[in-house]
Ligand binder design. Structure first.
Ligand code: G6P
Length: 375
């Protein structure tokens, strides 16, 4: 195993760096650029099957659950199908009402890196017992989730992920969910061919932008880790599709550095977390130029008014944001629905360097397992 790490000190760092390659691999063979079509041949559902779907239940645990929250935005926006997102451990015990007997219109979307998480598998079995098909976004080839997914596994092809904190599997999950949403949209006619082409173009450019993000944000992330690694609390704020990225940034930091961190939808800040903000507290605000940019900027002003330390994640060259925040981590712009893939990368890098500076083992955090196969 030591050899597989190459020149890297930790697998997590290696896996962060592997993301441009992983994003290429999850796209490979699934896009027909010439005809502007998504060729997701992994799924065993016909266009007619996909047109019948009127509700999707996304179930997952941990980081994969954050991918489910992002998938909700993707599927609802692109394919106009309602999505409910559940923790698999909650779903399995709540006797969920998935569909009525005369409407066979539900689909389960399980998301799991290992394909062996016990709660996610139980959720898939619940769906099966209720006659609902499932599709699994999964990394491990031939895993239990891949086998249980009668609608087909959508493999990430991200390669083995050793670091307990998921990085390349997460960004690959987001892209797999994007492909699935586009595939649904294609069957349902909710996007024009020109719009599908625009999404395809953005997907093709994504691995290069991920490489640029790693290269250009790492030096600042290291500086910020040096500046803030002694903090005892951190708050991550985002809105809409970047709210799950705030959750993921907080999870990464807490699981490997043991700093207490919370992710919050920025609009809820005033209903609780604002009470915790003082001059010691780093507040990481995800604020790309999208339809709620102004709202994020006003949240940043509110944090500053309470003397919080604002680290903004925004578009490269956003001068307004640079002026409002203490620090701006600039990432390349992509389509708003794809922006989470790039936004999460500096959060991974920041968490990694904080963990290293605090003397924590980023690959093997205490008490955590890479895959939770028993309850
Ligand atoms: C564990 C791991 C997490 C992972 C979660 C779900 O908690 O430490 O990194 O996100 O399980 O795992 P799965 O294999 O189902 O994606």
């Amino acid at each position: 195993i030591a050899a597989a790490k190459g020149d890297y000190r930790h697998f997590m760092q290696k896996e962060i760096d592997e993301q441009p390659r992983a994003l290429m691999d999850v796209l490979r063979g699934r896009i027909d650029q010439e005809h502007g079509r998504i060729e997701l041949t992994d799924i065993r559902l016909s266009d007619a099957d996909l047109r019948r779907v009127r509700r999707i239940y996304a179930v997952a645990c941990g980081t994969a659950w954050h991918a489910g929250l992002v998938a909700k935005f993707l599927i609802e926006q692109l394919a106009r199908v309602r999505v409910e997102v559940d923790y698999a451990s909650e779903f399995r015990y709540r006797n969920p009402i998935l569909q009525s007997d005369d409407e066979r219109d539900a689909l389960l979307l399980a998301i799991t890196q290992s394909g062996e998480t016990v709660d996610t598998l139980a959720a898939m079995e619940e769906a099966r017992n209720q006659g609902v098909s499932s599709v699994a976004i999964v990394n491990a080839i031939g895993s239990q989730a891949a086998r249980l997914a009668d609608g087909g596994p959508i493999y990430l092809h991200a390669g083995p992920e050793i670091g307990v904190a998921s990085t390349k599997a997460f960004t690959s999950m987001l892209v797999a969910a994007y492909l699935f949403a586009l595939r649904l949209a294609q069957a349902r006619g909710t996007l024009t061919p020109a719009q599908i082409r625009e999404h395809i173009q953005a997907l093709i450019e994504l691995p290069g932008k991920a490489a640029q993000t790693i290269e250009q944000t790492t030096p600042l992330c290291i500086k910020l880790a040096e500046r803030y690694h002694k903090a005892s609390n951190a708050l991550f704020l985002g809105r809409q599709i970047n709210y799950p990225i705030a959750l993921e940034g907080a999870l990464k930091l807490k699981e490997i550095s043991y700093i207490h961190a919370e992710g919050y939808p920025a609009g809820e800040m005033k209903h609780g977390p604002i009470a915790l903000i003082d001059e010691q507290m780093p507040v990481i605000c995800i604020a790309p130029r999208d339809h709620i940019y102004e709202k994020m900027v006003s949240n940043i002003e509110q944090v500053r008014a309470r003397h919080g330390q604002v680290i903004a994640i925004g578009h490269l060259g956003d001068e307004l944001l640079a002026e409002k925040a203490h620090h701006l981590i600039g990432v390349p712009a992509t389509l708003p629905l794809l922006q989470p893939v790039l936004n999460v990368i500096p959060l991974q890098i920041f968490a990694y360097h904080v963990a290293v500076l605090r003397g924590c083992d980023a690959d093997q955090p205490r008490n955590l397992a890479k895959s939770v196969t028993v309850e």
